[in-house]
Design a protein around this ligand. Structure first.
Ligand SMILES: CC(C)(COP(=O)(O)OP(=O)(O)OC[C@H]1O[C@@H](n2cnc3c(N)ncnc32)[C@H](O)[C@@H]1OP(=O)(O)O)[C@@H](O)C(=O)NCCC(=O)NCCS
Length: 175
C-alpha cells in the first residue's frame, strides 16, 4: 500500500495502517493513549465518551502503528446532515512527517467510496501549542464555514476529482 510505504519511509520504521468500523477495547485503548498525549486535559475524551462514539452510525477509524506501537488515528461518523461525515478527531504522536496529511487523504478516499458528499469538522484557529490548525486544514482544501465560540467549522465537498488530486499530490508523488 502506497500510504504505508510513504509513512514507513518518512517515519523510519515499519508503518501499518488499519481501518475499523467499530470501537473494540483494543482500539479504544490505542486512541486514548494518543489522545491523552496530544490534547490538553479539558479536551480529553474519557473512555466513556470515546465508547459513546460506537453508538454513532457510520463510525470509521484509521489507526497508524509504527513498529507495532500506535502513533496516530483519525476517526469520525455520519453527521446529522444527510450525506455528510463528521470527522471528529485526528492526532499523531510524530508531527511534521506527513502523518496528518496521509490520514486526511485516506479519509477522503474512504468517504468517496462510502458515498459521502462532504466532510465536516470543528477545530481551533490555533491550539495551545501554537499549531495553526485552521491553516493546516485550509492548505489541504477544507474551507471555513463558520467561526464562533464553539470553534472553527470546516467542510470539504467529496468529489472524485478532488480525491484523485489529493491522492496524486500526497500519496503517489512524494513516496
Ligand atoms: C494537526 C496534526 C494532526 C497535523 O499532523 P502532522 O502529521 O504533523 O501534519 P503533516 O506532517 O501532514 O503536515 C502538513 C502541513 O501542515 C502544516 N503544519 C503542521 N504542523 C504545523 C505546525 N506545528 N506549525 C505550522 N505548520 C504546521 C505544515 O504546512 C505541514 O507541512 P510541512 O511540514 O511540509 O511544512 C498534528 O499536529 C496533531 O496531532 N496535533 C495535535 C492534535 C490536534 O490538534 N489535532 C487536530 C484537531 S482538528
Amino acid at each position: 500500500m502506497y500510504a504505508e510505504k510513504r509513512l514507513s519511509g518518512s517515519l523510519g520504521g515499519d508503518a501499518s495502517i488499519s481501518t475499523h468500523t467499530h470501537l473494540d477495547d483494543g482500539l479504544l485503548e490505542k486512541i486514548a493513549a494518543i489522545d491523552h498525549v496530544k490534547f490538553r486535559t479539558e479536551l480529553w475524551y474519557s473512555r466513556e465518551e470515546l465508547r459513546a462514539r460506537v453508538d454513532k452510525p457510520g463510525f470509521f477509524c484509521l489507526m497508524v502503528e509504527l513498529d507495532g506501537e500506535p502513533v496516530a488515528y483519525d476517526f469520525g461518523y455520519r453527521d446529522e446532515e444527510p450525506g455528510v461525515y463528521f470527522s471528529d478527531s485526528s492526532a499523531t504522536l510524530v508531527e511534521r512527517k506527513g502523518v496528518g496529511t496521509v490520514l486526511a487523504v485516506l479519509e477522503m478516499v474512504y468517504l468517496l467510496e462510502a458515498g459521502y458528499r462532504a466532510v465536516k469538522f470543528t477545530t481551533e484557529e490555533y491550539d495551545q501549542a501554537g499549531r495553526p490548525l485552521r491553516r493546516i486544514w485550509e492548505n489541504l482544501g477544507y474551507r471555513t464555514v463558520s467561526v464562533d465560540s464553539g470553534g472553527v467549522t470546516m467542510m470539504m465537498d467529496i468529489t472524485p476529482q478532488l480525491v484523485n488530486s489529493r491522492v496524486n499530490d500526497h500519496l503517489l508523488s512524494r513516496g
